[in-house]
Design a protein around this ligand. Structure first.
Ligand SMILES: *[C@@H]1O[C@H](CO)[C@@H](O)[C@H](O)[C@H]1NC(C)=O
Ligand SMILES: *[C@@H]1O[C@H](CO)[C@@H](O)[C@H](O)[C@H]1NC(C)=O
Length: 412
């Protein structure tokens, strides 16, 4: 036994030495860092002055620890050990030196400062310009939105400024975000923009059903994004896919309460980018106001939203299971010019809490094209009759259809 343990210690030590050499003597060049037995340089926020469990903020300590990690050339980890840390706006900016992904391991709870004047940008915790990132650790990001939601006036002010997203990613590539909790965001829980090759899984996102604009995750201007195996309970969309999103795959998400999974809103701003390639599969919507929704503003600039597959979806007491609304948001007599096409709904089953289970309200100027429903099997409480309505939509059907195909059919 004892000699076995000695052998292990010897192996650990020799691998540490080896890694140290291969990292170019990074140990000495990295004050505050500690080389792990596995040859990783670890920067612990406590070594940079972070103060868990205190009123005092740890923002500067986190930023210093990040800079040390980001400037280290070798395998590197930023460690946030257990404890509660108060942070105001914190930006983790790159580019970083390491060729391998920088690992941010959050074991503790990060708690947002609730003074709105502490925030000037779009995020509470932001990552920008980072190529290669793993954010994980089982920790919690608590946006403490409860005391700030009353400042959200987006319901009656179309030009409202959104409260900061808890996790804001911009220009982040090759990223994994996994096994963390995000609760009570001031605004969105996660916002991914201008990013590429981004994966998120095993997330637990929670805020109250009546919290305003607290989308679970918003994705825009990004390509090749995969979100899977996550639970999202919020007061707004579980996941919303905005302009410029390409190749977004959503798999095995449990969503609700909230407003469901949305493509949109699109067409609010001038010259928006197209949305292309969205797959939502093996997901469950529970008690949400919408299930699978595509929403666009009226009076928009022209753009496209195409190539979408919604497959193997379970609806559990959802108000509008399948809905396209091209008259979303503001009132206007001018139609939306966002052209929606090539959308497949396949194997959608479960229950709805309203009689109009399929509602496709497309634009008179940009009618929906090539919409296909295959095996849609929904039930209304007490087996009351379900209906489908379609306006300006070209719809094809196959397999089971409950509700039956639209009465008005395609006026396009
Ligand atoms: C989206 O996926 C398609 C098919 O895999 C691929 O050809 C295309 O390059 C991807 N788009 C981007 C922007 O990466
Ligand atoms: C996805 O759902 C289909 C139909 O419900 C099921 O057959 C399949 O096993 C599921 N796949 C995964 C990976 O959960």
């Amino acid at each position: 036994m004892e000699s076995g343990a000695r052998t292990i210690i010897f192996l650990i030590l020799s691998s540490a030495l080896f890694s140290c050499n291969s990292a170019g003597g990074g140990l000495l060049a990295s004050p505050g860092g500690r080389l792990s037995p596995g040859g990783e340089m670890i920067f612990n926020v406590l070594s940079f002055g972070a103060k868990p469990g205190q009123i005092q903020e740890s923002t500067q300590a986190f930023i210093k620890a990040w800079h040390a990690a980001c400037n280290f050339n070798g395998r590197v980890r930023l460690l946030v050990p257990p404890g509660v840390y108060r942070l105001s706006e914190t930006t983790f900016g790159g580019p970083c030196k390491s060729q391998s992904p920088i690992i941010v391991q959050v074991q503790g709870t990060l708690q947002a400062v609730t003074d709105l004047s502490a925030y000037t940008g779009k995020g509470w915790i932001s990552f920008s310009n980072v190529n290669g990132l793993t954010l994980t650790g089982g920790g919690t990001f608590d946006g403490q939105g409860r005391s700030l939601w009353r400042y959200n006036d987006c319901n009656n002010n179309p030009d409202c400024v959104h409260l900061p997203a808890s996790l804001y990613f911009t220009k982040v590539t090759n990223a994994k975000v996994k096994s963390i909790k995000i609760i009570n965001a001031m605004g969105f829980h996660m916002h991914v923009t201008n990013s590429y090759l981004f994966r998120a899984y095993r997330l637990d996102i929670t805020s109250p059903a009546d919290s305003p604009n607290t989308d679970g995750m918003h994705i825009s201007r990004s390509a090749n994004v995969k979100i899977s195996r996550s639970i999202v309970k919020t007061g707004d969309d579980c996941i919303s896919i905005g302009q410029g999103a390409t190749n977004v795959t959503i798999n095995r998400i449990t969503c609700g309460p909230g407003h469901g999974i949305s493509v949109g809103s699109l067409g609010k701003l001038p010259k928006e980018l197209d949305v292309q390639g969205v797959i939502v599969k093996n997901s469950t919507l529970q008690g949400t106001t919408n299930g699978l929704r595509i929403k666009t503003y009226p009076a928009s600039d022209p753009s496209r939203a195409s190539g979408m597959l919604f497959q193997d979806i379970i609806m559990d007491n959802v108000e509008n299971p399948i809905i396209i609304n091209q008259n979303y948001g503001t009132k206007s007599s001018k139609p939306s010019l966002v052209k929606i096409s090539d959308v497949i709904y396949q194997n959608v089953r479960g229950t709805t809490s309203s009689p109009v289970a399929v509602n496709l309200m497309c634009s008179s100027q940009a009618p929906c094209q090539n919409i296909h429903l295959n095996n849609v099997n929904l039930k209304f409480q007490g087996n009351l009759k379900l209906t489908a309505t379609c306006t300006n939509a070209q719809v094809g059907y196959s397999g089971i259809q409950i509700p039956p195909p639209c009465q008005s059919g395609a006026s396009a």
